[in-house]
Design a protein around this ligand. Structure first.
Ligand code: SIN
Length: 317
């Protein structure tokens, strides 16, 4: 019988990081080891029921994630999703912006096959690295019959692209799905599912994908920035962004998306001048519950960074 193909795309991150000492979990350099080598050192893959193909799409510390890398990644993911013999994809990624890339791919592609992002909190050279186990879990998830959508797996927990958020600076289990809870767990290579596979119908995906493929150097993407409400927040940042030609603004409001009156006035002025403005919350959990007559639309439960991805995709179509 022909083996299922799982494609593993490398983009960098701590999972591909190296440190001078095996005990150093923070003073390392991310994005050093190639994806082929990361896969080759996992003995369990040798007898895998799947055929594993690797491709290095990028080699970046994900704090430096760029539109150019996103465009390249989207094009390659789209390419492999279209291959009938590919069962699913795994993407190795830094933890810092993993949730943004996950949501970007979900909102753009809404894949009918699994696209699983995985990562590590310790570099590949650590005495006890977490990357190899995360990679094994990701392949188990990507090869699971019926799995679909963009998912993230870290420390045995499966998250949906919509809900996943990095919530801890150094723990191995650094992610949370907040109120929604995880999609499930990977336990000794088996899946225990708690809810349905994610689906998102944005209705804009194919046009956005075409434009992204055409602009894969990432230069002509719209400018969408994030501003925050806080004690003493004012108009200056928004006014400077509008003056510099920003096309979209996400505001991370306090609590239920509330805004300092000076910041709100500046955002309304920006909106009147044609800038798209969306209201999210800086709270880690919950969502903005809209009130009748709100002039600034809410983010439909998306965190500020994911609401920004949506605005980017809307403006790129
Ligand atoms: C990164 O996000 O690339 C570095 C940090 C990490 O992967 O944990």
């Amino acid at each position: 019988m022909k083996k299922k193909k799982i494609v593993i795309l490398g983009t960098g991150g701590t999972i591909a990081g190296t440190a001078a000492s095996a005990f150093d979990h923070t003073g390392y350099t991310a994005a050093q080891v190639g994806i082929e080598q990361l896969v080759a050192v996992i003995p369990a893959f040798a007898g895998s029921a799947c055929e594993l193909l690797t491709e290095q799409v990028a080699q970046v510390d994900s704090k430096d994630m760029s539109f150019a890398v996103w465009a390249r990644l989207a094009v390659r993911v789209n390419h492999f999703l279209a291959q009938a013999d590919v069962q699913g994809l795994v993407i190795t990624h830094g933890t810092d912006t993993l949730e943004e890339t996950a949501w970007f791919l979900q909102a753009l592609l809404d894949p009918g096959k699994p696209v699983v992002l995985t990562c590590a909190m310790r570099p590949a050279t650590a005495l006890a690295p977490d990357g190899p186990q995360n990679m094994l879990d990701a392949v188990a998830l990507a090869s699971h019959p019926g799995a679909r959508g963009v998912l993230a797996v870290c420390a045995g927990v499966i998250h949906s692209a919509r809900d996943v958020q990095k919530v801890h600076t150094y723990r191995l289990d650094a992610f949370s799905s907040g109120d929604a809870g995880p999609v499930g767990y990977v336990e000794e290579g088996r899946l225990r599912l708690l809810r349905n596979w994610p689906e998102t119908h944005t209705g804009q995906a194919s046009t956005a994908m075409k434009n992204i493929a055409l602009q894969d150097d990432g230069h002509n993407w719209p400018r969408v920035e994030i501003v925050m409400n806080y004690a003493g927040a004012g108009a200056a940042v928004v006014q400077a962004l509008v003056a510099s030609g920003v096309q979209g603004l996400v505001v991370a409001g306090t609590g239920n998306g509330t805004l300092h009156h000076a910041l709100e006035a500046a955002l309304l002025q920006a909106q009147a001048a044609g800038v798209r403005v969306v209201r999210a919350t800086r709270c880690l959990e919950g969502r903005v519950l809209p009130k009748a007559g709100n002039a600034i639309p809410d983010s439909q439960g998306l965190s500020p960074v994911k609401a920004r991805v949506n605005l980017l995709l809307e403006l790129i179509t």
